[in-house]
Each structure stands twice: as C-alpha cells, then as structure tokens.
Write a protein that binds this ligand. Structure first.
Ligand code: CA
Length: 228
C-alpha cells in the first residue's frame, strides 16, 4: 500500500511540483488549496503525512497544525511545514505548534523528498521499510513473507495486505469500512462482514502456542493491532 500524502498549499505551481515528485516516488497524493479544505480532507481520510504551507488562505497553516494535533485521531500525524519565511522565530513557532519538520521555500525537491522519507522513517517506520517487525511478528514486503517467532506464516493476499496495514499503524482502531477502503479499495463492492472473515483467517494463521492474539476486536468500532 502506498503512503498517502496530503499537500495543503494554495500555489498551484508548488502543488504540481510536489505531486509530480511524490507520485514519482510512489506516494499517493491529494491536494487542498486552503486550510478549511485541508482540515475537511484530513477528517475524511487521515493521511500518512501532511505537507502544510505556512501561508494558507482561510485557516493559516499554523492553525491547521494546532487543530490536527488537538484531535486524538490525528494527534500523531506527521507534519512537514513549508514556509517562505526563514526567520528563526517562525521556525521555532512552527515546531512548537507540533510540526515534525519544516522546509523553507524555495526548496529543492531532492531535499524535500529526503525530509519526507526521514520523517516517515522516524514516525512511521512501517511505511517506508521493506521489513517490519512488531513484537514477534515479522513481515517482508519484498519477499511477501510473514513469520512469527521465526516460523513461517502462510497468508492469502488479502490477509497479507490486512496484516501489512495493521502493522503500519499499531494500536490504531480501524472500522470495517476504513479497512475495506484501504485494504480492498473503495471501488470494490464488498460487504463489511467480509472484513470479519478475513480478520478471522489472519488470526488463525498467526495462532501459535504460547502467543497472544495480536488483533483486538473493539466493540462497535472495529479492529486494532497490538503485539507486545
Ligand atoms: Ca501559500
């Protein structure tokens, strides 16, 4: 699954440049042209990273950042601020508000891409690494293999994608609809119950003597992955 990056920027040429470079590096992107739209889009679908312009119409970048941090669902969303101002004071203010990094305009795309990867690696290592380990479970995306305590676990393609997605966001609760949208794709019509079937298969495949079920059923909410 490609990491989803939201670009909040009102300058069309900058948006185009960012989208072009991000998509070339295999990120999924969307753009918001003002602060209002950015907040709405984040609420609809939480991005894996937000590239946030400081000077945004309607709701300024710094306020978007503050509101994103204030919501429990997005409190940990990685944010890189884009700022035309290079003054030290603003940088500190931006980082104080909760941005994870900032890039001063005009920026080199090479540098920005490096920052994006660095922030993702630091905050969401599971999104950019080929091999990810959470507790005793290890997933290898290149080799498409999964193991638990060193023993191979055989998974179908859907269970593999499901586990991969869970492991990218340990602890987060996902509704069945959210899982359908991201793991199956929003253009596919599948009943919510299907998610239960595949979660059941995943649980069964991961079962081992002396280990705990890493998938938690959250009543009336959905599922969460936690593997200590
Ligand atoms: Ca701007």
């Amino acid at each position: 699954m490609r990491p989803y990056i939201l670009v909040a920027e009102d300058e069309a040429s900058v948006v185009e440049l960012l989208k072009y470079n991000l998509e070339k590096e295999d990120f999924e992107t969307a753009a918001a042209i003002d602060g209002d739209e950015a907040l709405m889009m984040i609420e609809e679908r939480t991005p894996d990273l937000l590239l946030l312009d400081w000077m945004l119409p309607k709701v300024p970048g710094i306020e978007v950042c503050r509101r994103v941090r204030a919501r429990a669902e997005t409190a940990n969303l990685p944010i890189i601020m884009l700022t035309a101002r290079s003054e030290e004071g603003d940088r500190i203010r931006g980082l104080d508000t909760g941005a994870d990094d900032y890039v001063t305009k005009p920026f080199s795309t090479t540098e920005l891409m490096a920052r994006v990867r660095a922030v993702l690696r630091r905050i969401r290592p599971a999104l950019v690494e080929d091999q990810v380990e959470v507790g005793d479970i290890k997933i290898d995306r290149t080799g498409h293999t999964v193991s638990r305590n060193g023993q191979n676990v055989h998974l179908g393609p859907t269970e593999f994608r499901l586990l991969d997605y869970f492991m990218q966001h340990p602890g987060r609760v996902f509704s069945r609809e959210q899982l359908l949208d991201t793991v199956w794709g929003s253009d596919v019509y599948v009943e919510a119950r299907t998610v239960d079937v595949h979660v059941g298969r995943l649980r069964k495949a991961l079962r081992q003597e002396g280990t705990k079920d890493p998938i938690r059923t959250v009543r009336s909410a959905g599922y969460a992955f936690k593997n200590e």
